[in-house]
Design a protein around this ligand. Structure first.
Ligand SMILES: NC(=O)c1ccc[n+]([C@@H]2O[C@H](COP(=O)([O-])OP(=O)(O)OC[C@H]3O[C@@H](n4cnc5c(N)ncnc54)[C@H](O)[C@@H]3O)[C@@H](O)[C@H]2O)c1
Length: 360
């Protein structure tokens, strides 16, 4: 399938691009490179990268229709896009609290523009059943806010406590409306915390600035950072620090490839669920491992793996941080017969460590 991957030069997007290629799909990436890495797409995977905002409607429509000429002179064919994996977004909770407009304009406004393009009357008139181009949307456990119960199932109420979480929920709602008005088929994946790197260390996580806990702890252990800050050790959890559910980025990537099968007429999963025939155009799934790990536990594991001490200080709690977030991914496991490869946190941290020290 010709798949448009927005934000494909980022952390989860690039691992998904690799999974798509392995599965025989034909991805093309649009990324503005504000947080992404061009080399991964053009030099490692050697697939098309179009450097642009997803809100550039004219360009996006050319890409979707296979009419853009940015690939002239390359070996890649122009083809009409058959599905979209939509990763492009800003994803820092703390920054979203300080600068909400940045998040609403990038995550919501730019997504609206993308959705307008894939649901346009011109596109729909060329497709079976007047349907829009189907989309898999990267949503987040941040849409649940402080959950009333854990593990969190898809039915838990969504009361996000940060503009980031709200921006993701807004896009979910828009997609649900378009399911009805524009025959938009979609899969909304609410990820918990992505972690790890490719087992062979070909690609991994590189955010600038880094805010994710595991790379921050590793960077402190290996001396790239002087000291780690723990935001609050007085939460109502066994050791007082926040607990999160980590999912290996490669498992997350593979889950996207499985989700795409839902858009294939008469695929095994499509026949099994019969979802779209029942006109339920929007399918929502959590993706996590159902296991909680605290900040202090992560530090201990990193110390064991790296055989180095992690220096840390404890500061005030951060706004927007719920104490406990654990996923129930039972629905995805059941529907897709999903068997994640790396469910153990030590393995995720080991892969992240191997990646972090690869070029040192
Ligand atoms: N990392 C996690 O643990 C996690 C958890 C839940 C949800 N998510 C969601 O998954 C997606 C990917 O997360 P990630 O950690 O890989 O982030 P990332 O920052 O590594 O990747 C996002 C990519 O999108 C690009 N981008 C951002 N805005 C864009 C725009 N307007 N136009 C074009 N490109 C744009 C960036 O340059 C970057 O390459 C995001 O939507 C994020 O909200 C991530």
């Amino acid at each position: 399938m010709r798949v448009l991957v927005t934000g494909g030069a980022g952390y989860i997007g690039s691992h998904t691009v690799r999974a798509l290629i392995i599965a025989g799909h034909d991805p093309i990436v649009v990324d503005n490179l504000i947080c992404g890495h061009a080399d991964v797409i053009t030099k490692i995977f050697r697939i098309p990268l179009i450097v642009s905002n997803i809100g550039n409607k004219k360009l996006l429509e050319e890409v979707i229709n296979g009419k853009h000429d940015l690939l002239k002179g390359t070996v890649h064919e122009n083809k009409i896009i058959e599905a979209v994996l939509h990763f492009a977004a800003f994803a820092y909770v703390g920054e979203s609290i300080k600068n909400p407009i940045k998040y609403y304009s990038n995550n919501v406004q730019e997504s609206i523009s993308l959705l307008e393009s894939i649901c346009s009357p011109e596109i729909r008139s060329q497709r079976v059943n007047n349907s829009s181009i189907p989309i898999v949307f990267s949503s987040s456990c941040a849409t649940y806010g402080v959950p009333s119960r854990n593990p969190i199932s898809e039915e838990n109420s969504q009361k996000p406590i940060s503009p980031y979480g709200k921006s993701k929920l807004m896009v979910e709602e828009i997609i649900k409306d378009l399911a009805k008005s524009a025959n938009l088929k979609s899969v909304i994946l609410r990820y918990f915390n992505a972690a790890g790197a490719a087992e062979d260390s070909l690609i991994g996580e590189k955010h600038i600035p880094e805010t994710h806990l595991i790379p921050l702890v590793i960077n402190t252990a290996i001396g790239l950072n002087r000291e780690l800050t723990i935001f609050g050790d007085d939460f109502n959890t066994p050791d007082g620090t926040c607990i999160r559910d980590y999912i290996h980025v490669v498992d997350l990537a593979d889950a996207h490839v499985l989700a795409l099968d839902l858009f294939v007429e008469n695929s095994k999963i499509n026949n099994k669920l019969n979802t779209f025939k029942n006109k339920e155009n929007c399918n929502i799934y959590n993706l996590g491992n159902g296991k909680g790990v605290s900040v202090l536990e992560i530090i201990k594991i990193v110390e064991i793996i790296t055989k180095k001490k992690v220096t840390y200080k404890v500061s005030e709690r951060r706004e927007g941080d719920p104490p406990l977030l654990i996923a129930s991914a039972e629905k995805f496991i059941r529907d897709f017969e999903w068997k994640p490869k790396y469910t153990n946190i030590e393995e995720m941290i080991f892969h992240a460590y191997k990646w972090a020290t690869k070029s040192i």
